[in-house]
Design a protein around this ligand. Structure first.
Ligand SMILES: [Zn+2]
Length: 81
């Protein structure tokens, strides 16, 4: 009997993938105490919006990837770069 559920896909194993509309967790939470960010703009720069207070931050993609801890909710949009 195999009752083990494999619901969680190993996203972290295959390099961090993120796309528009994804909810991500950063290494450092926002000062408001929330650590859930929504990706609202993709490109050379990434814009993320804090889900707690609505504050948005624009940062270079590289910096974003370095600060990204994990993807909480993936919208499965293909990464177009
Ligand atoms: Zn905030």
């Amino acid at each position: 009997m195999r009752a083990l559920l494999k619901r969680e896909r190993p996203i972290a194993m295959e390099r961090k993938r993120f796309g528009l509309g994804d909810i991500v967790e950063m290494k450092k939470p926002h000062p408001c105490g929330t650590n859930e960010w929504e990706v609202i703009r993709m490109g050379m720069d990434i814009r993320i919006k804090c889900r707690g207070c609505g504050h948005s931050v624009l940062m270079p993609r590289l910096k974003f990837e370095r600060k990204l801890k994990r993807v909480l909710v993936s919208q499965n949009t293909p990464d177009v770069t």
